[in-house]
Design a protein around this ligand. Structure first.
Ligand code: ADP
Ligand code: MG
Length: 572
């Protein structure tokens, strides 16, 4: 063993360590899951090297994770026969925050400015290797890279700003991590405690985990099993393992196998909650890509972006193991896999929509924005995604939702457009002057159904959609609504009303039923050339209003303003 050199941690790492070390965190056992997951990653990488024919040190050494405890010494040791780390890799991977979750964590904790908040967030993010400092007063990492003849090293730190690094001889391929437990965490030096934690949280790791020499996990690629052989408990366990959310259950599940046109096994879950809803920014893709149970890419790009809320696994024998991760995105094969999966998921969601509307509504409330993103970004599937959207409607009681197809089925013959209005909530939609043209079952009314959309992105979504099933989708704020004249009424209601027509932001004019066509023309002239000069393009009488004197129409900028406001809020 060579002389030890001292190094200081990068600033961000020090901040993270400080939060972790002082966290009063009840779920401290997550460090076990984190270290095992790193070992599993390292083993996956080794298996990948082997399957692609790269030479590795000690090729016959079994691929496994082994944990031992020493109550007397107050230590727990986690060891794997994975890829290991070179000196540079130790400095880079463990001396700096590589883990993107950790970065986000530090940012959040710093913004929250409180260590308590930081502590609660640890469980959510899983701060990786550093979580071990919740229980350890000193950590020693022995590692030897799998590259043949690479030297071994020992890394050691008390988690207080510095670490030491030295050559170490006599190591085997892989990594061994020794935690010297804090006095209040000595429980983890008992085999039983560790065994329980492993069974509960790491049961589905794809390599044997030995605790005190005995294998404790069920190694299982359950996605590759036929559905009828997988129990509900296994699914739930796998979901929790995959998401790291120990207390939640999936909202929906899709497990399927296909043989044509491609060989595919997939297991997808829709989680309970939208993680982007916590303000942690854009979620990473949630689907890992395997080929014959060998991990090709975790958090892969195999699904379209807008389906990033799905968690799960795709396994295809058709993917060559040595496919380069960079080129993978563009290959014809990957595009074919993506399209098969996308179509399957769309079909699944549609069947869920029909099977259980209450459940689907819950799904849509949580993940509808992703579908809307798909409508705007995934042109080939636009109509298929659009049919999955739900809205409230003027024809339905509050709380009841409709699809676009159901809306169409209620349309009287001759109605060729779909109408919508965007408002912050139902009350405002109903009270909007733009709704007057559509209201009223009786005389002078039209009684045309309008979809109520409450999200600021909905204008944009409908504009992108443009038309659905051959019918154009039109905002209630448009100048040309294409409505048939109102039902005939008593003379009184038959007067002309005016509306402004402008391509730029504008306001407009009014008239009373008593006005003659000449008076209307005069009023319009006065409004457009004097009162609102330069602010409106045209002032026109129309039959769209019933009690409001005037409205502005075609003010594109209103929807643009809403978009800008939303983007602004997003940036903050
Ligand atoms: P993450 O696993 O998300 O990358 P971690 O903080 O858990 O973040 O680990 C940081 C990095 O340290 C890993 O990406 C990996 O490169 C390296 N590492 C950690 N544990 C091991 C291990 N047992 N074997 C090999 N490399 C490891
Ligand atoms: Mg990790």
């Amino acid at each position: 063993t060579g002389p030890a050199e001292n190094h200081v941690f990068q600033t961000e790492t020090r901040q993270l360590l400080d939060i972790v070390a002082h966290a009063l965190y009840t779920d401290r056992h997550i460090f076990v899951r984190e270290l095992i997951s790193n070992s599993s990653d390292a083993l996956e990488k080794l298996r990948h090297m082997q399957t692609t024919g790269e030479p590795v040190e000690d090729p016959d050494r079994p691929l496994e994770i082994s944990i031992s405890t020493d109550e007397e010494a107050g230590t727990v040791t986690i060891s794997d026969s994975g890829v290991g780390m070179s000196r540079e890799e130790l400095m880079e991977n463990i001396g700096t925050i590589a883990h993107s979750g950790s970065k986000a964590f530090v940012k959040q904790a710093r913004e929250a400015g409180s260590k308590d908040v930081g502590a609660n967030l640890i469980g959510q993010f899983g701060v990786g290797f550093y979580s071990a400092f919740m229980v350890a007063e000193e950590i020693t990492v022995y590692s030897k890279s799998a590259r043949p003849d690479a030297p071994g090293h020992v890394w050691r730190s008390k988690g207080e700003g510095e670490y030491s690094l030295a050559r170490a001889d006599g190591l085997k391929r892989g990594t061994t991590i020794v935690l010297k437990l804090r006095s209040n965490a000595k429980d983890f030096s008992r085999t039983k405690t560790v065994e329980d934690v492993v069974k509960r949280h790491s049961n589905f790791v794809g390599f044997p985990i030995l605790v005190g020499g005995e294998q404790v996990n069920t190694v299982g690629a359950i996605w590759a099993e036929p559905k009828h052989l997988v129990t509900e408990e296994q699914y739930l366990g796998f979901f929790r393992f995959k998401t790291g959310q120990q207390y939640s259950s999936p909202l929906m599940r899709l497990h399927f196998a296909a043989d044509a046109p491609l060989e595919l096994r997939a297991l997808f879950f829709v989680p309970e909650l939208n993680e982007e809803g916590f303000g942690l920014g854009r979620a990473k893709p949630g689907v890992d890509l395997y080929s014959r149970k060998v991990l090709i890419e975790a958090e892969s790009g195999v699904m379209p972006e807008w389906l990033r809320f799905l968690k799960g696994v795709v396994d295809s024998e058709d993917i060559p193991l040595n496919i380069s991760r960079e080129s993978m995105q563009d290959t014809a094969l990957m595009l074919r896999i993506k399209s098969v999966l996308t179509r399957r998921v769309l079909r699944f969601l549609e069947s869920e929509l029909r099977r259980d509307r209450a459940l689907y509504s819950k799904f849509f409330a949580e993940f509808g924005t992703y579908l809307k993103e798909g409508v705007c970004s995934d042109a080939p599937y636009q109509p298929d995604i659009a049919r999955l959207m739900l809205f409230e409607s003027s024809a339905l009681p509050a709380g009841e939702l409709t699809t676009l197809d159901e809306y169409i089925s209620r349309c009287p013959p001759g109605q060729e457009r779909l109408y919508y209005i965007v408002a912050p909530h139902r009350g405002l939609a109903e009270a909007s002057p733009y709704m007057e043209a559509f209201k009223g079952a009786g005389a002078g009314g039209r009684d045309v159904e309008v979809l109520y959309a409450y999200s600021s992105i909905d204008d944009f979504v409908f504009q992108q959609l443009g038309q659905y099933n051959g019918r154009s989708v039109v905002t209630a704020e448009a100048s040309d609504l294409g409505l048939s004249p109102p039902k005939p009424a008593d003379k009184k209601a038959d007067g002309s009303k005016a509306d402004g027509d402008s391509s730029k932001d504008s306001a407009a004019s009014s008239s009373s039923p008593a006005l003659s066509p000449e008076q209307v023309a005069e009023l319009g002239e006065w409004l457009s050339s004097e009162a609102l000069s330069g602010r409106v393009k045209v002032v026109r009488a129309s039959d769209r209003l019933r009690s409001t004197p005037a409205v502005v129409v075609d003010h594109e900028s209103a929807s643009v303003r809403r978009m800008m406001k939303m983007l602004d809020a997003h940036k903050r």
